[in-house]
Design a protein around this ligand. Structure first.
Ligand code: BES
Ligand code: ZN
Length: 669
């Protein structure tokens, strides 16, 4: 994440007053990089295979798991889960004699097949591990058994689990563990067909120490007795990446009859207050897209090491505590994870190449929920922030990763897709369709789509066919097939992309420009009404570097250094690092050690790694932070440190950094 360079001449020419007088309702420039990237490939029909998943060894065309029954023991002392996984199998290929499962770092003790009431041992081979995919487990099943049972244990380093010492929890007394299965980490805690092409129901019997509550992506009972022995049922068919488990000192706080929060005791009430609008979000989404089909919707607030903002585990969203900021300004995270109950969990991508079918649709629905609950201005501000991020990312992003539907060779690592593409361009495409077809028609289309493909996993090509039949052909003359295909298969953002207007972000731009030109900060009466989104935009639109006295002036007025708002910290600290503002160092150290959410901390690590002195500091901090980081976060930080090409640390800028002519202000309103 980088600041936006700006033209110096603009800074001096503009003042807040002048902009206010002009009305400030200007349309945002579509980000300059929104034009198709250089050398787009010729428009051609996609080489997207509808039914392959190169990130799994499973062979679901031959045999599919229809149900998974887990019997597991959680052992905090050894940081292991051990037990059995029993699969009910549907043998599609009557000639098949093997069951192939995905695993990573698992110890396989024995495998049995059921014949009548008898369990008999089966031969198996565990292949050497591939770095990305793990180890292929091939089980000989000459009798095509209706049930197969694997007895196994996990490794303490399982990539999909994090084991927290009591010191890393809010309560400091009991250990905690949680899973993060997406994209392909379920295989590190359960041997299974780890591809979203396979959907299965599941049950689980889990034992844990008596003081630990256990929750899963299943039918958690708010009144369950905490006795160390738990059972779960997930009666709807889910893909493997939605398998989830957590254990620790968690208590329940209701939000409504069907929604609530699970969290460590000190976090439960603040979390329920922050997420008080959850029921309203549910009814809003139901009005738009049909009933919520999963029974309860609860939110588990995890300790701050959770590597993501949120994870849409069915019936139990996992969420970072960093969105609990006291003013509900970051609840679009809940809107997002809830939206996945339709886009993603109900209609699921069939491989990570089609991630936009989950995340783009979800980001679109998220924005509709925000608009409905908090108004169009808030929804537009969130769009402005996202689209500016896309503009920055697309300056350097490989064009192959700019297509919504990725070709198989574009994604060797399933976590390697671009969030600007799958989230922002994906949502933008649906906003384009909504604009062209009209909201009523498009809402009806989406509702029909969620119904039609409910509990199925599909590829982009299936969506394209459905959209051609149910939108393009139904309402002729609105969108051409060429336009649709440009959005889906070509890099860049098409010129047909709708623009976003945000008056409030325009005012923020004006305030920033005025300050940069005059050193006069906007009047407190003006900024006192700003929300997180406006502060984020204010900081994000700053030049690449600022002078020390400028940073100090902002800090004195707004106390950015040490902010409890991670979204602001995510943008402020890299700016201080690039500018050589040493005053922020101690707070940066605390920030990087206190939070493991990748999106929030990586920009600061990246900025630090750009100079020799910063890199040394980042290594020092990382050494202290690492025991508290999730393997996913450690992996990202280690990559940045290993690939750093630091330059000697510059003397702090006494004069503004040189400004190049092609620099452009951010899109804003
Ligand atoms: N499903 C994602 C998280 C994810 C994506 C995990 C890909 C692993 C691989 C989740 O719904 C998500 O998008 N989380 C966002 C939150 C958000 C509000 C956009 C995050 O964690 O930043
Ligand atoms: Zn998502």
């Amino acid at each position: 994440m980088h600041g936006f360079p700006m033209r110096q001449s603009n800074l001096l020419a503009l003042s807040l007053a002048a902009l206010l007088a002009a009305g400030c309702t200007r349309e945002s420039a579509t980000p300059e990089t929104a034009a198709p990237a250089a050398n787009p490939e010729p428009a051609a029909m996609p080489a997207v295979a509808a039914e392959t998943d190169e990130h799994s060894y499973a062979q679901p065309d031959k045999v599919k798991t229809t149900d998974l029954a887990l019997d597991l023991r959680i052992d905090f002392a050894s940081k292991q889960i051990a037990g059995t996984a029993t699969y009910t199998l549907d043998w599609l290929d009557k000639a098949a004699t093997q069951l192939v499962l995905d695993t990573r770092d698992l110890t396989i003790d024995k495998i049995e097949g059921q014949t009548g009431a008898e369990w008999t041992p089966l031969q198996f081979a565990l292949a050497p591990a591939d770095n990305t995919l793990g180890s292929k487990l091939t089980i000989e099943t000459p009798a095509r058994h209706a049930k197969v049972r694997v007895t196994y244990k996990t490794s303490p380093q399982a990539s999909g689990l994090q084991w927290l010492e009591p010191s890393m929890t809010a309560g400091k007394k009991t250990p905690f563990m949680f899973s993060q299965s997406q994209q392909i980490h379920a295989r590190s805690w359960v041997p299974l067909q780890d591809t979203p092409r396979v959907r299965f129901t599941y049950t689980a019997h889990v034992t844990a120490p008596e003081n630990a509550m256990v929750l899963m992506s299943a039918d958690n009972d708010p009144n369950a007795a905490r006795d160390g022995d738990y059972t779960f049922t997930m009666p709807q068919k889910i893909p493997s990446y939605l398998l989830a488990i957590a254990a620790g000192d968690m208590v329940f706080e209701p939000i409504s009859a069907r929604a609530g929060v699970w969290a460590e005791p000190s976090m439960a009430k603040p979390a329920a207050a922050e997420f008080a609008d959850t029921e309203k979000m549910m009814t809003t989404t139901e009005t738009l897209y049909g009933p919520y089909r999963w029974g309860r919707y609860d939110i588990l607030v995890l300790p701050p090491s959770f590597p993501y903002g949120g994870m849409e585990n069915p019936r139990l969203t996992f969420a970072t505590p960093t969105v609990i900021v006291g003013d509900q300004s970051l609840v679009s995270l809940i809107a997002h994870e809830l939206a996945h109950s339709w886009s993603g969990n109900l209609v699921t991508f069939s491989s990570a190449k089609d991630a936009w079918l989950n995340e783009g649709f979800t980001s679109y629905v998220e924005n509709r929920i925000i608009e409905s609950l908090y108004g169009k201005e808030r929804a537009d501000m969130e769009n402005v922030i996202e689209r500016n991020e896309l503009a920055v990312e697309y300056k350097e992003l490989d064009p192959k990763l700019q297509a919504l539907a990725l070709k198989p060779d574009a994604l060797p690592d399933p976590d390697g897709s671009s969030s600007a593409t799958v989230y922002t361009k994906g949502a933008w495409f649906l906003q384009f369709l909504e604009e062209r077809f009209g909201r009523d028609n498009f809402d009806a289309f989406l509702r029909g789509y969620f119904d039609h493909y409910a509990f199925q996993s599909i590829a982009t090509a299936t969506f394209v066919d459905y959209a051609k039949a149910n939108l393009l052909a139904k309402y002729p003359g609105k969108v051409t097939e060429a336009e649709l295909e440009e959005w889906i298969y070509q890099p860049g953002v098409p010129a047909s992309a709708p623009k976003v207007q945000s008056q409030r972000m325009g005012l923020v731009d004006a305030a920033r420009l005025a300050w940069l030109g005059s050193h006069k900060l906007p009047l407190p009466a003006f900024t006192s009404k700003w929300t997180t989104q406006e502060w984020v935009h204010f900081v994000e639109g700053m030049p690449e570097t600022l002078k020390l006295e400028q940073l100090k002036q902002l800090d004195d007025a707004y106390k950015f250094t040490g902010t409890a708002n991670g979204e602001i910290a995510q943008r402020w600290y890299p700016l201080t690092v690039r500018s050589g503002y040493a005053d922020a160092r101690p707070a940066i150290g605390e920030f990087l050690q206190g939070i493991g959410r990748r999106k929030l901390i990586m920009p600061t690590y990246e900025a630090l790694a750009a100079t020799t002195d910063g890199l040394a500091f980042s290594k020092e901090i990382y050494a202290k932070a690492k025991p508290g980081y999730h393997p996913i976060t450690s992996g990202s930080v280690e990559k940045v440190i290993a690939e750093a090409k630091p330059k000697p640390s510059p003397a702090p800028a006494a004069t503004p950094a040189p400004v190049t002519d092609d620099a452009a202000p951010p899109a804003s309103g």
